[in-house]
Ligand binder design. Structure first.
Ligand code: PLP
Length: 393
């Protein structure tokens, strides 16, 4: 898999993996990891729908759910919309859950514990399981950022009463979230209806065009621009209903939307082990090339981890983002805001994380050559950040 530079010497490094045309025709492989390996898996348009349904399924509406103070916000919105009340526990400066704080905050109204595995890095799921069992309450394992990741030999999402996954952040699929129920309890869940075809089509075309640009440099970029402008016109003219993925907020109107059959087809055709391997290779590469200029959040990549991105600590997110985007790297500002129900002054380490973490892409489409360019661009951007003349403009 090879990405090339455009004629103006710009890289094209999208934040998500792109869709290679051959993937539309490949045969299904046996899914060896959850949710694909789980007979209880239910699929939805987004992971947020699975969060909402979990609240209803476990009858948590009306009760309190103990959630991490380091959260996206949309999962908290889904919990609130379903009628439950979020309460928050402390997470430290290295994404470490404060188990003593969790234990201290469990009270008579606590109806469930909620654990998020951050960017593929496993949270303390066994200890959380133990706490949940001691109090006779369920554990929800949110793996929206941790598809294909394991804690050693234990796949994430298999220890909680429920595991929740997002497919489209890790795989080149147009939509998709999943809910896996672990343990003996059975729930009869409705099969949600497939999303509008036009929405799937529009996301699929956009992922194919990204692939074209990834491989085709300036020609691919030109073609992508052309198709996009025609596409926008067509979407408008036909008033096509496109349900955006990756948005910041929960929208009740989409809670019943299911996953498209095309997502399943593409997902099952993926070589999941090769994806984990490529992401780990790219992560190690960045770790090696960046650790002297930016102290890493994690010095290690524990066995089994499938990193969603490389979390980089920076002082001036806006400036770094602008510099990287200028070089063609689609870095992302990771989790800027607290949900309004969570008081930032209570969680200063999380407030600091929100001010300082950027996502640097390390996904499976990026070759070692491209990663070398990404590392160089990041080093340059950090150098510029440290030059006083640049800072004062
Ligand atoms: C921790 C967490 N849970 C749930 C979600 C919801 O995922 P989706 O966009 O698939 O609804 C997100 C989205 O980023 C998330 O970060």
């Amino acid at each position: 898999m090879e990405a090339v530079k455009t004629s103006d010497n710009k890289l094209f490094v999208p934040s998500l993996p792109t869709l290679w045309p051959g993937m539309l025709l490949s045969n299904a492989r046996p899914g060896a990891l959850p949710p694909f390996s789980s007979p209880s898996a239910r699929y939805f348009y987004f992971a947020r729908n699975a969060v909402w349904l979990t609240m209803k399924m476990l009858r948590l509406d009306g009760g309190e759910v103990l959630m991490p103070s380091y959260h996206h916000g949309v999962e908290v919105e889904a919990v609130v919309d379903a009628g439950a009340t979020p309460r928050f526990y402390r997470v430290g400066a290295r994404w470490d859950v404060d188990l003593a704080d969790v234990a201290k905050r469990i009270g008579p109204k606590t109806k469930a514990l909620y654990l998020i595995h951050y960017a593929g890095f496993p949270g303390p799921v066994d200890a959380m399981r133990k706490l949940a069992d001691e109090h006779g309450i369920p554990l929800i394992e949110d793996c929206a950022l941790s598809l294909l990741s394991s804690d050693g030999a234990t796949p994430l999402g298999t220890t909680g009463d429920v595991g929740i996954f997002c497919l489209y952040k890790t795989l080149p699929v147009p939509n998709g979230g999943a809910l896996v129920v672990n343990g003996p309890r059975q729930y009869s869940l409705p099969e949600p209806p497939a999303p509008p075809l036009a929405s799937t089509f529009s996301h699929t075309v956009s992922a194919l065009l990204q692939n074209l640009e990834l491989r085709g440099g300036a020609v691919g970029r030109g073609l992508r621009g052309l198709v996009r402008s025609v596409g926008h016109g067509t979407v408008k003219a036909a008033s096509i209903q496109r349900v955006a993925t990756g948005t910041q907020h929960f929208d009740r109107r989409h809670v019943d939307l299911g996953m498209s059959p095309l997502t399943k087809r593409i997902a099952l055709a993926q070589d999941l082990e090769a994806i984990v391997e490529a992401r780990r290779r790219n992560y190690f590469f960045l770790l090696g090339r960046l650790r002297d200029v930016s102290p890493p959040l994690f010095n290690q990549l524990p066995p089994g981890v499938c990193p969603l991105f490389y979390p980089m600590v920076v002082q001036d997110k806006e400036a770094l983002l602008a510099r990287l985007r200028d070089r063609g790297i689609d870095a992302i500002d990771f989790w800027k805001r607290f949900h309004p129900a969570c008081d930032p002054s209570e969680f200063p380490e999380v407030a600091q994380l929100r001010r300082t973490i950027l996502e640097i892409p390390c996904h499976q489409d990026l070759s070692p050559e491209v990663m070398a360019e990404v590392a160089e661009a990041v080093r340059d951007a950090l150098k510029a950040e440290r030059r006083p003349s640049q800072r004062t403009g």
